[in-house]
Write a protein that binds this ligand. Structure first.
Ligand code: SF4
Length: 400
């Protein structure tokens, strides 16, 4: 497994796989192509082509290549390249129209890239275990917690990095709560976070807490939908879940930032295990890999903050993911808005439920987190492509 820093990428929304990664790929191709390019041609395939307009894939690429030379984007939604549904081909041409350089690359989820000889997720192997069962055993045998396992293998700057990510998450919550207006894209959706916040503080106790969690998740997800700066956790589309839970617990329970960072380390570890053994790409496995994994990460974080044992933390994460199994990805209009924004709010609430449920238990349960990750991967393969970030089925078809 590589660094959990790659679970928490800081950047602009609305999509880690369809915006952040294509932009990074374009920058890398620019270096490969060198000087003397008279024009670029970029082919987008499968899911990248099907929802690329709504996810602003073309804008992300043109922002990089379009400033250097004329760039043509070609769309091939009906063709999937061999390695992943999110395929791209970059070509650079000389003034004589000779092909100078070409590169086929895949956006594999959460902002990561791969081609047929290289997979970014495997270039650096920091950890000695990549299944939670083995890591939980290590914790039980040594007395350490998951976050200490992370600390043992990450570079010494990990806490500075997580601190920066935590600051960006909080900034996104504050901006989202404070901004009104219509979310761009044509669906006519208004931002709701501020209203939910105001209404929530008018209640007391449980309803207030639940309403505040909704408002924090809406705030970040609306920022993401507007192309604002967010932190993937594990993706842009699911970036509202973990900040909502952490922000709420910090405010309501006065957890220190240090404890929040430890919780982020544990959440990142669980997300990284999924990213390594299965996928966090909606185009590959549906929304179970995005919002489902975000819920698992947030459940693990909450459980740790409330003093869960390694088994209880694992159980909370397992439930966060298990009860999202089979969740489809059918974004209306190819935009990261319906059902994505609301779904983040529900998943944040569900993460807190998973924590409560797990902490009532002794941590023993039949289905392990690793089992659910394996099942999620298989379920993702079995789900038709209509429901994997192509906007050709489900809500996307109904509301078109
Ligand atoms: S439905 Fe889920 S996986 Fe699909 S774009 Fe929205 S958040 Fe991402």
């Amino acid at each position: 497994m590589d660094s959990i820093k790659n679970i928490y990428r800081i950047g602009r929304g609305p999509s880690s796989s369809h915006t952040m990664a294509p932009m990074r790929a374009a920058k890398m191709f620019l270096e490969k192509a060198g000087r003397g390019v008279s024009r670029f041609e970029v082919g987008l395939y499968g899911s990248l082509a099907a929802t690329g307009k709504g996810h602003m894939t073309d804008t992300a690429i043109l922002d990089v290549l379009g400033h250097v030379a004329p760039t043509e984007i070609k769309w091939f939604p009906e063709i999937n390249l061999p390695l992943h549904p999110n395929g791209m081909t970059f070509k650079a041409f000389s003034p004589e129209e000779a092909e100078m350089c070409s590169w086929t690359v895949y956006s594999t989820g959460g902002g990561a890239l791969a081609d047929d000889v290289w997979d970014e997720r495997e270039t650096v192997r920091l950890y000695d275990r990549n299944r939670i069962t083995d890591i939980c055993e290590w914790c039980s045998g040594t007395g350490y917690s998951y976050w200490e396992y992370v600390e043992k293998f990450e570079d010494s700057d990990i806490w500075d990095y997580l601190n920066e990510a935590w600051k960006k998450m909080q900034d996104a919550v504050h901006r989202g709560l404070d901004t009104e207006g219509v979310i761009p894209g044509g669906l006519g959706l208004r931002r709701k976070a501020g209203e939910y916040y105001i209404k929530a503080i008018g209640y007391s106790n449980a309803v207030r807490g639940r309403g505040l969690v909704y408002s924090y998740a809406l705030a970040v997800s609306e920022e993401n939908a507007c192309g604002g700066e967010i932190v993937t956790a594990p993706t842009c589309g699911s970036s509202g879940v973990l900040p909502a839970v952490l922000f709420h617990l910090k405010r309501s329970r006065e957890f220190s930032d240090k404890k929040i960072l430890h919780a982020m380390a544990t959440a990142g570890l669980f997300g990284n295990v999924v990213r390594t053994n299965a996928s966090v790409s909606g185009a590959a496995v549906g929304c179970q890999g995005e919002v489902g994994v975000a819920c698992a990460m947030a459940a693990a974080a909450a459980s740790q903050l409330f003093g869960g044992t390694p088994s209880q933390i694992e159980y909370a994460a397992e439930m966060g993911l298990e009860h999202h199994l089979g969740l489809t990805c059918d974004p209306v209009g190819g935009l990261v808005q319906i059902p994505c924004i609301e779904r983040n709010a529900f998943a944040a609430a569900r993460a807190l439920d998973a924590n409560t449920y797990s902490n009532f238990s002794d941590g023993r349960h039949r289905v392990s987190f690793d089992d659910v990750v394996d099942v999620m991967q298989q379920t993702g393969k079995d789900i038709p492509s209509l429901y994997k970030e192509t906007s050709q089925g489900g809500l996307a078809k109904r509301l078109n």
